[in-house]
Design a binder for this molecule. Structure first.
Ligand code: ACO
Length: 322
């Protein structure tokens, strides 16, 4: 049987770190409020001239190196992002060109915070169908460029970064199950009001900022993430205690704790980076994955469940043997 397997991971975080104490000087908030309500202590922010593809290239180089794979061996590039450099060409093609990856499918995919899970699931399908041998899959965001820095409801939550994996064809598992979902009826709870074909004139004004009804997002996120995790385990015939690690989307420590509780999973088995990264949207899962791979917690052969939830709403999971 043909599987796809992650053979290398990498991450990039921008140099600039903004702490909760820095934010205390910018808006009416406190370190204590941010930590207790969200779990975030600090986040990385891109420089003004830095782009999503800049971060992708750095993360990808580390992932390729870890996999022992040359750019010329890659035959698909997919980047999950909501903050592409440009409307077009897509970030995938920019990354492909800058890394010297030969002509192949290269694309970016927008599914908000679920972007990486959508991208990974898509690459898995192409590999298992036999069309692709080695895919470079990324989740990356310059989300702090979309924030109103005077809005305390949102500016304390987000951060920037990029995570990358090399996904290769393998006879050994590998990715075991993927589940994706979306429900567009929740559009108004979490959105960015400006796009290429809608209200472009608002770009650069105060109206161009992430809009979020936090409490409602929180409620749907907890229920959906619990459901998506249970569905992944059930479909693979795996019980929660067989899981070695849960790598959840890092939106809020309370959402992560609630999901772990619903699965009856001790927090010792959950990779948590929200304190250091904030919510990096599509980058959050691959950043957390690489963190735990490189510090030696996630080891080859272990059973890992990744899951995410974001604007749309969109959601998804990937269950794999690492
Ligand atoms: N500092 C101090 N006070 C604040 C801040 C802040 N940064 N932000 C909001 N408050 C105030 C509010 O104004 C409100 O005051 P009021 O009672 O006088 O009106 C009070 O704190 C409580 O606000 P709530 O909205 O009830 O706070 P809650 O406990 O729900 O936490 C939060 C807010 C952290 C946004 C939470 O709802 C949340 O995490 N929601 C999930 C949304 C999310 O994660 N979005 C990220 C993108 S989507 C995704 O990735 C899933």
């Amino acid at each position: 049987m043909t599987y796809s397997r992650i053979t290398g991971t990498g991450r990039y975080l921008p140099e600039k770190v903004l702490t909760n104490f820095d934010l205390e000087k910018m808006v009416d908030t406190t370190d204590e409020w941010i930590r207790t309500r969200t779990g975030v202590e600090r986040r990385h922010c891109v420089a003004e001239d830095q782009t999503t593809s800049d971060m992708c290239v750095e993360a990808a180089r580390l992932a390729l190196d870890a996999a022992g794979v040359a750019p010329t061996d890659i035959d698909m590039v997919i980047v999950g992002t909501t903050s592409p450099d440009l409307v077009f060409p897509n970030v995938g093609t920019i990354v492909q060109h800058r890394l010297g990856i030969p002509a192949c499918p290269a694309v970016s995919l927008e599914a908000a915070c679920t972007g990486f899970i959508y991208a990974l699931s898509t690459a898995d399908k192409y590999i298992r169908a036999g069309d692709v041998k080695r895919a470079l899959v990324l989740g990356a965001e310059c989300i702090t460029k979309l924030i109103d820095w005077s809005d305390r409801n949102t500016c304390v939550l987000f951060g920037d970064g990029a995570g990358a994996v090399v996904l290769e064809r393998s006879d050994e598992p590998g990715i075991l199950t993927t589940h994706l979902g979306a429900d567009g009826q929740y559009r108004d709870l979490l959105y960015y009001p400006v796009g290429a074909s809608k209200d472009l004139a608002k770009a650069g004004t105060d109206e161009a900022a992430i809009m979020m009804t936090g409490k409602e997002v929180f409620k749907v996120a907890v229920t959906t993430l619990g459901d998506v995790a249970s569905r992944a385990l059930e479909s693979a015939g795996v019980s929660p205690d067989e899981l070695d690690w849960l790598v959840p989307h890092q939106a809020n420590i309370r959402i992560i704790q609630a999901t772990a509780k619903r699965l009856n999973l001790p927090m010792e088995k959950v990779i948590v980076t929200v304190q250091d990264h904030g919510n990096t949207s599509a980058a959050s899962v691959p950043l957390a994955l690489d963190t735990a791979v490189r510090d030696g917690r996630i080891k080859p052969g272990q059973l890992v469940l990744m899951e995410a939830f974001g604007g749309g709403f969109t959601w998804g999971s990937v269950l794999m043997r690492f």
